[in-house]
Design a protein around this ligand. Structure first.
Ligand SMILES: [Zn+2]
Ligand SMILES: [Zn+2]
Length: 114
């Protein structure tokens, strides 16, 4: 892992609809709720979005931009977070490795191509 994946602080910014994680190396990542919900790594959501166009699960995520909210953030052991979403979903486990790689800032996006 090229990045530090140890979070120092994690907070919700309801007004801007962002999850903010500050990492121990000082970097701060801002994740829009919509994007986080879309990449939910749980089996249900992955199946529903299968790019092969195979099995479609009707109970999968129905995401309308600007609607989804995180109601609660819970730590999963020391390696991950889980979110309680306003659509009732809560089975996704977002590891810090995953989240760090997901950081949408320019620096991380360009660094990811190296
Ligand atoms: Zn999910
Ligand atoms: Zn970043």
């Amino acid at each position: 892992m090229p990045f530090n994946t140890d979070p120092a602080e994690c907070r919700l910014e309801e007004a801007r609809r962002l999850l903010v994680i500050r990492w121990r190396d000082g970097h701060e990542s801002h994740y829009p709720f919509d994007d986080l919900r879309k990449v939910c790594p749980c089996a249900d959501c992955r199946t529903a979005k299968s790019p092969q166009g195979g099995l479609q699960v009707l109970a999968g995520p129905v995401v309308r931009r600007g609607e989804i909210r995180i109601l609660q953030v819970s730590p999963v052991g020391r390696y991950a977070l889980s979110f309680k979403w306003s659509d009732g979903h809560s089975t996704g486990i977002y590891s810090f490795d995953f989240l760090r790689q997901l950081c949408p800032c320019d620096a991380c996006r360009s660094g990811a191509e190296e």
